[in-house]
Each structure stands twice: as C-alpha cells, then as structure tokens.
Design a protein around this ligand. Structure first.
Ligand code: GUN
Ligand code: FE
Length: 476
C-alpha cells in the first residue's frame, strides 16, 4: 500500500462544541494507514502541484464527489453487538426492565454461545453489520465462554475492525445454565483470553504498539461478581495498567438497590468498583443513568469514562442519563449502541437518541423556569457535541484518542466516506429515502442530513488503519 491522497470535503471534530467543515481538502494516508498531512482549499487544478511539493507524485488520488465527505469513523463504546451475543435478540423483550430482561431474554440467548459453531455462524454477520454502519472502533462484550469469545476476536481481527473485546466475568447471581464454575475458573479463562488477543497480529500498521484488537477486562456488573472474583480481577488489572476495563454501572433503580444490598460496606455503586481497583483512566462504565454527585466526583477523579447508551436506557425504561451535567463536571463521555438493550447497531441511532434524551432533560428542566447555568447541563446537545461524543469523545473514553477519533496528522486513518446525494445507497439495492430531494447544501447541512436521516446506505467506504473494510462501494 503506497500513499493514498483523498481530495474533497472533510468533517473533523475538534472540541465538544466545534468541528471543522473544510472543502477541497487534500488528506494523505501513508502505507501504514497513518494520516501524514492535510491541507485545505486546494483547487483541482492545483492538486498535482501540491503533491509535487509534498514529494508524493506517485500517490494514488481519490476524488470525492459533490455530496460526499470524509469524516472519522464512529467509536461504539458499549455493545454486546457491543454485546455481540445479543444481536439475534434485537427488538424483543422491551416489556421488561433490566433484571427481568437479563433473566428472561438475554441470558438464555447468550448461553447458546457455549457452542462455538453457533458463534462462528453468528458473529461474522454481526461484525459486518457494525462495520457497514460506520463503526470503526467497537467495544464488544462477548459471552462468558472462552472459546466463543476467542472466535469473536478472530472474526473481528479478520474483518479488520478496531476493537476492545472482553470475555464476561460472572460467577454469581446468574442462572445455573449460564454462570462460571468458580472465581478461579473465571480468572484462568480471562488470562487465556487476554493472551489469545495479544497474540493476534497488529494489522496494517505492522506496529506491535498500534494493534487493532485489545483485550478488555469485563466484570459484567457488580451483581454478577463475587468478592473473590473481584479480588482476583483487581490483581489482573493491577498487573497491567494498560489493560482496559469495561463494566455496567447505575443503570436501573432495582439493580442499584440490589448492588447496595450485596455490598453494604460501600457507600455507593461506584465505590464497589473503586474498592477493587476498577476505576481508572482506561475504564469504560456503561449507562450511569442514576449516578449521584459523589459518584460523579469519584469517576472524574479516577479519569474513568462513561458510555452513554440512550437507546437502551429508553427501551428498558432505565431512565435518562444527565449527559450535559456529566460533561460540565469534566467526565469523559462517549456513546454506545448497547445492543441488544439498544435495538440498532448503528451509532447514528445512538446519536439521535442522545439528542432526544438531552432534549427531554432540557424540556423537563426549563419548562416555566429560567434555564440553569452550565454549558451543557439541561440543554439540548447541539450537533457538534453529538458528533464529538460519537467519535473523539468515544476515543477518549477508550484511551485511544492519541490514535483515533479525528482526521488529524499522526492519527490512524479510521474514516468514512459519507454520501448524502439523492439516490445514495442505490448500489446496494434500494436508496435511502431520507436523502430524497437532497441537493447538497452547505457541508454543515450535509452533516446534519447524514446524522439525522442517514443510514448504512449513505456510507460508501469504511477505512480502519487505512484499509478498506466495508461500505456500499467496497464490494465487501
Ligand atoms: N447489566 C448487566 N448485564 C447487562 C447487559 O447485558 N445489558 C445491559 N444493558 N445491562 C446489563
Ligand atoms: Fe450493556
């Protein structure tokens, strides 16, 4: 792979309140899939001259059309499609709240992944769907099974997505047909899983320090982990400060009550994790709907990040997480699809529900009142913030923002070519009616059209570390 240079429009998230919308940009990607340089406002007639000045005359040039733009790929910070084994359950079981939903819907499906053949047959289409939806980095929860979760890692690796993948730890308060034998067995399998993932080749970067797949320690949630297990996992985490950790926190009121009953020595839910060394800068906490002020302070102090999963929070009636308040308090926040609590693997759907959730908070708090102080608290999150949460914010939560999350020189080219032209997606059979009448408009208009009306038919190419891994024009 030699240098590839893209010429066209570009959206680049900068801060939680601003993104760059640039036109006629030239963006060069080197043979390791790293963005070498970016310049803007280069007329077509000056492209060759610019390449000559940059010593890139042998580069392959890809011209984007009007109505197409480059943007960073999405970072999904929590799914079991991040919960990969739950994908076949999409759209079912939403008459239940969390604990009943787990018992009646989720655990029975996950238990099927004991059969590695079932995993081999199910996971490839799940991962391909995530990639087609524009997710270039995905935090997956596997099931509790070692072999099936290794299979998930192998499949993600072969399909070229960047991912954090965890084998669930769960040795208590789970049904007898879906529970680990003992804390010892759980930790032994965890070591084996970590070693497997770390043995995978680094991918197109060819750089062992820039792998595509990371293992992530995954105590499912406090309820499903005995004190012995948490103690063992604490040792595993302490032995490698670079090891990511993911878990659920304060999602549902009954879950919180039960957690407090199980751990009466802890003042709150967050303290359970803190006591076992699980709150640190590479920890990803899913949901956090009902965090209290002390918990927020602790999480911010430990620099852990939050995965906001609004679709699932609505579906399972968990509540609405006050994301504006978290941002004002300095918490790192990303978005998660939380399949199958969420009904879609698309981060576009997560973004839309994050927008609606923030609007609901704003409306409830401001009806008949003066708007409260705060940059984000009790306000509808604007497009720039939503975009940030889905890309750069997610990269921060994963502690990968030095590599991904924006299209800046030095970062990996994890990117999408978005196409919002009327008729977009026709190449895959049926065009997206959401683009009907789309006449381009400003680049900001095009971004809004994609975010609120787009779907995988509007994603014509998906790149991870410079390599084409999906999209409607990829033939993959
Ligand atoms: N808490 C513990 N396990 C789960 C799960 O699979 N999904 C969600 N949404 N919450 C959980
Ligand atoms: Fe979840």
């Amino acid at each position: 792979m030699s240098t590839t240079v893209y010429h066209g429009s570009l959206i680049n998230p900068a801060t939680p309140t601003a993104y760059e919308a640039r036109q006629r940009s030239l963006l060069a990607v080197n043979s390791q899939g790293i963005i070498d340089w970016v310049v803007h406002n280069v007329e077509s007639s000056l492209v060759q001259q610019t390449l000559l000045q940059r010593g890139c005359l042998d580069a392959q040039v890809v011209d984007l059309l009007d109505g197409q733009f480059l943007m960073p790929g999405f970072v999904d910070t929590h799914t079991r499609e991040q919960h990969a084994p739950q994908v076949p359950n999409l759209g079912t079981g939403y008459q239940y709240e969390l604990l009943d939903w787990l018992e009646k819907f989720t655990f029975p499906l996950e238990a099927k992944f004991k059969d590695v053949e079932f995993a081999k047959n199910t996971y490839p289409s799940v991962v391909k769907k995530f990639i087609a939806s524009g997710t270039t980095t995905c935090c997956y929860y596997g099931s509790l099974h070692l072999d099936s979760t290794k299979t998930l890692a192998d499949i993600v690796h072969s399909l070229g997505q960047r991912a954090l993948i965890g084998k669930c730890n769960m040795d208590t308060h789970c049904p007898s047909y879906y529970i680990e034998e003992s804390a010892d067995a759980s930790v032994k399998d965890t070591h084996s899983f970590i070693a497997h993932v770390q043995s995978l080749s680094p991918g197109p970067s060819n750089d062992p320090n820039n792998p595509l797949i990371f293992p992530v320690l995954t105590p499912r949630f406090a309820i499903s982990c005995s004190r012995d297990l948490l103690g063992f996992l604490q040792l595993v985490a302490a032995s490698d400060p670079h090891l990511h950790i993911q878990t659920h926190i304060s999602e549902n009121v009954k879950e919180i009550q039960f957690t407090k009953e199980l751990f009466p020595e802890c003042r709150h839910y967050a303290e359970v994790y803190d006591k076992y060394g699980m709150l640190r800068k590479n920890t990803i906490l899913a949901h956090g709907v009902h965090l209290d002020d002390e918990e927020i302070d602790l999480i911010v102090k430990r620099k852990a990040g939050l995965s906001h999963c609004p679709t699932s929070n609505f579906n399972l009636r968990s509540g609405i997480a006050p994301i504006g308040k978290f941002l004002d308090r300095g918490m790192k926040v990303g978005l998660g699809t939380d399949v199958s609590g969420g009904f879609s693997p698309s981060m576009l759907v997560a973004i839309r529900n994050a927008s609606i959730a923030s609007t609901a908070v704003a409306v409830t708090h401001t009806l008949g009142k003066e708007e409260e102080e705060g940059k984000f608290s009790n306000r509808q999150l604007p497009l720039a913030t939503l975009l940030y949460l889905a890309t750069k914010g997610g990269a921060e939560v994963c502690e990968l923002d030095h590599r991904i999350g924006s299209l800046d020189p030095g970062k990996s080219f994890d990117a999408l070519i978005v196409d919002v032209r009327d008729g977009a997606g026709g190449s895959v059979g049926r065009s997206n009616p959401g683009m009907w009448g789309s006449r381009g408009g400003t680049l900001d208009d095009q971004l809004g059209r994609f975010i609120f009306c787009g779907d995988d038919r509007n994603i014509s190419a998906v790149f991870v570390q410079g390599r084409l891994v999906g999209g409607t024009s990829s033939g993959l």
